[in-house]
Structure formats: C-alpha cells, structure tokens
Design a protein around this ligand. Structure first.
Ligand code: ZN
Length: 507
C-alpha cells in the first residue's frame, strides 16, 4: 500500500497535477499509482492504484460530497484521511457525476469512430493510450446481448469498466457506449436506461430472407402486403430512377417487389423503434444494421431502406449493410477485393447522399479491405471486438503457456457447441497439434486463422467453464494473469489496433 500522506506532501511541493504526475513517475514507492488517473476535485485528490488482486480508487478530502458518496473503507494515516473504494458500478456512477468526461457521449459530430468491444473489461486502457491525440473517437462499451450472455456480464458493468479506464487514462476527448445488435424493445430500453449513447438496431428478425422457390413467388408475397401498404411504396418507388451522386438506382416492378418482401418489415420496425424509444431518449447515435442477412445488400436495397427511414424522420447516424465476400470473425476478409471496392463505393455514395456513415461490422483484422475503406470514406464507423480478446490470449500464451495449452484443448473439445453462435470456416484439422509445439511455437498460433477462430468463438465457454465443485476452470487464473501483465496487454493492443488504423490510413 502506498503512503497517502507522503503523496499529499508531494502534492504540496508541486504547483500542478501535471507536476505531480511527473514527480511520482520518478519515485518507485508510488509505482502502484496509475499516474494519468491523478485528478483533483475541490479538496479531494483522487486516483487509482493497482493492488495485488485488482484496482482501487483512493480519494482524500473527507469533507467533500464526492468523498461521502463513494462507497469504501475510510482509513487514516499520519493525520490524512482517505477512502479506499472498489471499482464497482455504484462508485463509477459517483465518478461520472463529478468528472463529466467519464460519461459516454454522442459521437455523431466525429467523422471517424471505432468500436472497440471489450469482452473482458480490460482492453480499454490500451485502446485509449493508442487513441490519445488522434482524431478518431472510440466506442468503448460495445457489447451485444449474445456477448453479455456468453461472458456473464451486464450493461452496467460494461459501462463501468469503460468509465474506470477513461478515468485511469485521463481520456477527455469523449467516448461512446453502444448497445450493439439489439433486437427488442426491452433490450434497447435497458441500454438507454444504463446511459448508453449509441443504439445499433439489429433488424435481422424482420428481414425476410428469400428461401428456395420464393424467388419465383415474389408477386404473391408482395401482394400479401395489402393495398394500403403497397400504394405508398409504389408512389415512392415504382418505375422511378434516382440519381444518387451520379449513380442511378431504378425500381422496376420486380425490384420493388423483391425489396419490399425482404426489407419492408425491417423498415417499419426501425421506424417504430426510433419514434418510440430512440428519439425520445435525446442525443442518441442511431445505427441501423441490415448486415445479418443471407445475401449481400444490393445498392438498390440499401437505398430502398434508407430513403424510407430518412423520409419518416429517422435520424440515422450510421448504417451497416452486408458487404460482398465474407467478414468472418477475427480473420482477414475472404472474397474478391476488387468487387468489394466496386460495391463499397456504391454503398458509400448512398450513405453520403443521405448524410450518414457506413458502419463496418466484424471489422477485426480485415486488413486487405481497410485501404479501400480508408480511401473511399471520409466518414465511417468500424466495429472490432473479438480481436481484442485474441490479443488477451496472446498474453496468456506468452506468460503462462501451460495454462494456454489447457484452454486450447478445452476449446477444441467444445468447438461444435460454439459454432451454434458464430459462423466460421475454421477446420480443427488444420490447427497444429499443440503437444508438438514448443512455448515459442505456441506464440505463432494466434497468427494462424483456424486457431484464431477456434479461440475467438469459444470465449464464452472458456470463461464460464466450471468443475464439479463450481470452481472456474480457467477464468480466475486468466484474469490473474491479465492483471499481473496489464502493461503487456496494453502494448499488444496498441500495436494490433494500431495496425488497423495504419491500414485505414489513419496513422
Ligand atoms: Zn453486425
């Protein structure tokens, strides 16, 4: 435990907090303090320290309401009273109240934003160290319901973890919080109630993917809409040609029928969600995702959806089409890059026409298409998540190879279970036998696509696995390893997400 009274004495010898930060960096007795976390509020000096098992917030200045609202142990040393507070959701709310920069905000006015989903609640410090000073804003809290279920977390905790990281790194430029891939009114309400500032509406359950034979049956399917629904669609689209920044999009009867059958229910759903939940909540970045479909989104379909939303008054901040090729989890793009470039340009023209950003989902590690995105879009949103977990696995491989070996064998045993949640092409047969790999050889595993995907999609099972007595098989050991090696994790993230930004032409 550091001496809070000596820290207070050191504070008196320095004119500014910046001076104090520099001074403690030179004194090993204070190296448990996260220097950037030193903040002052009225009479309180507030900062985070690293303890054996976790982190704590320390606050001095017992007279202030801030001090009193925090929950923790009040202690005293050489006449200095201070409180040691666990990094709980409740304490994060107190910090948010007194340090406004720790609240998530709308990022609508920022051209380039990047979603940095953090399944473990440990990745944000590394991300923030990378982004400080760059003109890119992070969405730190970004989890889908599937991810919450698989990691056993909730939105309060996800946001609190982001808040602590922002405080630790003194990141004052503003960050977002995304209720990602939400499908129901209840889930959206929950995210908004927690203070999330971005909602990604997943319309997939309202998108009618055409099954075999239905292609020939479009006329009947379309007629099932009834005249009151068809009339406005026909007035808006039928036989019309639209000029979208030089590109022509036309709606002959067949195209209208097809797009209406596939997308109209999703359009109606998005309008309803926006009017009833998102708009009343105020300054929320609304993303519409139509990417979870069986086939790529054609430009006409994109236009068909967007035009109706915009004309219904929906303020779209970003829209995620499904691009051609495959955006599988945690590996590079699979597909024809020239075709991707052609189609990406068309989607970009539509997005620009309506004034929103394209959102690129499953954006982890798509290095071969990043140059296209960076070149063609002045504004965009890119989502990553799983790659941050894989970098955490690299830490385990590097520091505790034997623990990794156990995790690896467990993941192989449970791959089929995990495939229910995620679509991947990994072939376990192509993964090298880890018994034949040295500790050095293990380090290369996370550069091999099949092994990456194996570990990528089994995260929930790995983190939740318990023995007969109910003790976690891996979770506690993994978190202990990450805590001990948090600097290494941050270093890996700076490098790896930095590679993403480099390929996008952003740094
Ligand atoms: Zn998506």
């Amino acid at each position: 435990m550091i001496s809070v009274s000596s820290l207070m004495a050191l504070r008196k010898s320095q004119k500014t907090i910046a001076g104090l930060k520099a001074a403690i960096n030179r004194k090993p007795e204070f190296n448990a303090i996260y220097p950037e976390s030193l903040h002052e509020f009225q009479d309180s000096l507030v900062f985070l320290i690293k303890t054996e098992q976790s982190k704590e917030l320390i606050a001095t200045g017992p007279g202030s309401p801030f001090f009193q609202e925090l929950m923790g142990d009040t202690r005293s040393e050489n006449g200095v009273t201070f409180k040691c507070c666990p990094l709980t959701v409740a304490n994060s709310r107190v910090v948010r109240q007194y340090f406004p920069f720790t609240n998530p905000v709308s990022l609508a006015s920022h051209d380039i934003t990047i979603g940095l989903g953090d399944r473990l609640g440990l990745a944000s410090p590394g991300h923030l160290q990378l982004l400080k000073g760059l003109n890119i804003r992070p969405v730190l809290a970004q989890q889908s319901i599937r991810e919450l279920n698989l990691t056993g977390r909730n939105y309060q905790q996800v946001l609190a973890d982001a808040v602590w990281a922002v405080f630790q790194e003194d990141y004052q430029a503003g960050f977002g919080a995304d209720g990602d891939h939400l499908k129901t009114f209840d889930d959206i309400k929950m995210a908004l109630d927690c203070g999330f500032t971005m909602i990604t509406l997943d319309c997939s359950e309202h998108i009618h993917n055409l099954r075999d034979g239905e292609e020939a049956d479009l006329e009947r399917l379309y007629t099932s809409f009834g005249p009151d629904q068809r009339r406005p669609l026909e007035t808006a689209f039928l036989g019309k040609e639209f000029n979208v920044s030089g590109m022509t999009i036309a709606f002959p009867l067949e195209s209208l029928r097809r797009n209406a059958v596939i997308y109209q229910k999703a359009v109606d759903f998005a309008i309803k969600v926006y009017r009833e939940l998102v708009k009343p909540a105020g300054n929320i970045d609304f993303e519409v995702s139509i990417d979870e479909t069986l086939t790529p989104t054609e430009p006409a379909a994109h236009f068909f959806v967007a035009k109706q939303l915009v004309e219904a008054g929906v303020k779209i901040n970003s829209l995620a089409p499904r691009f051609c090729g495959e955006f599988q989890k945690g590996i590079d793009y699979i597909g024809d890059i020239r075709q991707f470039e052609r189609e990406y340009k068309e989607h970009e023209l539509i997005a620009k026409h309506f004034g929103y950003k394209l959102s690129i989902h499953s954006g982890s590690d798509k290095f071969s298409v990043f140059p296209v995105i960076g070149r063609e879009s002045k504004r965009f949103h890119l989502k990553t998540a799983g790659t941050n977990w894989l970098e955490a696995i690299r830490v385990i491989i590097e520091k505790e190879p034997d623990l990794y070996r156990q995790i690896h064998l467990f993941a192989l045993e449970h791959l089929d279970e995990a495939k229910k949640y995620y679509h991947i092409s990994a072939e376990p047969g192509r993964i090298p036998d880890i018994n034949s790999l040295s500790a050095e050889g293990l380090k290369d595993l996370m550069n091999q696509n099949d092994a990456r995907q194996l570990i990528h999609i089994t995260y929930g099972l790995i983190l939740q696995a318990k023995d007969e007595k109910g003790t976690y098989l891996f979770r506690d050991k993994m978190f202990a390893c990450w805590h001990r090696n948090e600097d290494l994790y941050a270093q890996f993230l700076r490098k790896h997400i930095g590679r993403h930004l480099g390929a996008l032409g952003l740094m």
